[in-house]
Design a protein around this ligand. Structure first.
Ligand code: AP5
Ligand code: MG
Length: 209
């Protein structure tokens, strides 16, 4: 199963992908997670993209496409994948079409008010990337990761100014991909507003049709 998860920031792509990957037995490839792990490891790429991510802008296409190309060379991606956060521009989508044939593009649909609520309440464990929400998915002990016991942090790009910028970048650069994939007959719309387990079961049903 070669899947793409498309949708606005905060729609729950990462949350659902972390369960869907077990259901389908395929890796979850999040370009945002890959960039964040470069930043954490202080690699050359990490240094190059740190300020871009903090501001909520897009990393240049050439850099992002090359990173995905390299990731596809790893053996776990041979029998399928969930791409989360890629492609985000028409140029990235064209590049992906040269690399892989897709089975479906899942479009996570959520209104702006919910998006902002989800992003502003998100907290993450820096070392594992595990994601919580102060209201919708709180940790057992406030501010502490359930597994590692480390303090939870707020992503730089979940601060109010960066949230607004990410939404406008999404509308200008990524939203056109909805029509792009609908035309190709690959788009599957999913209501992202219910609880995660409901979103997951609707998604499984929809992509297996
Ligand atoms: P990325 O990490 O991909 O960020 P994003 O698209 O903005 O998406 P998010 O991770 O913010 O949201 P999500 O949909 O995964 O939601 P989540 O599951 O966490 O990218 C970060 C940056 O990297 C970009 O801004 C850019 O700079 C760069 N980048 C990445 N890819 C790139 C590309 N292709 N090209 C160029 N640059 C690129 O959920 C959000 C919150 O809601 C959580 O708190 C969660 O607990 C909660 N939640 C989730 N589902 C539910 C639910 N069903 N009900 C209630 N709460 C829920
Ligand atoms: Mg994510």
């Amino acid at each position: 199963m070669n899947l793409v998860f498309l949708g606005p920031p905060g729609a729950g792509k990462g949350t659902i992908a972390s369960e869907a990957k077990n259901h389908f037995g395929i890796p979850h490839i999040s370009t945002g997670d890959l960039f964040r792990s470069h930043i954490k490891g202080d690699t050359e790429l990490g240094k190059q993209v740190k300020a871009i991510l903090a501001a909520g802008d897009l990393v240049p296409d050439s850099v992002t496409i090359e990173m995905v190309k390299q990731r596809f060379l790893e053996s776990d991606a041979k029998n399928g994948f969930i791409l989360d956060g890629f492609p985000r521009t028409i140029a990235q989508a064209d590049a992906l079409a040269e690399m892989k044939t897709l089975d479906a593009v899942v479009n996570f649909v959520l209104d702006r008010e919910q998006i902002v609520k989800r992003l502003s309440g998100r907290r993450v464990c820096k070392s594992t990337g595990r994601t919580y929400h102060i209201l919708y998915n709180p940790p057992k002990v406030e501010g502490i990761d359930d597994e590692t016991g480390e303090p939870l942090i707020q992503r730089d790009d979940d601060k109010p100014e960066a949230i607004l910028n990410r939404l406008s970048v999404y509308e200008q650069q990524t939203e056109p991909l909805i029509a792009y994939y609908r035309e190709k007959g690959l788009l599957v719309d999913i209501d992202a507003s219910p609880a995660p387990e409901k979103v997951l079961s609707a998604l499984i049903k929809a992509v297996q049709k």
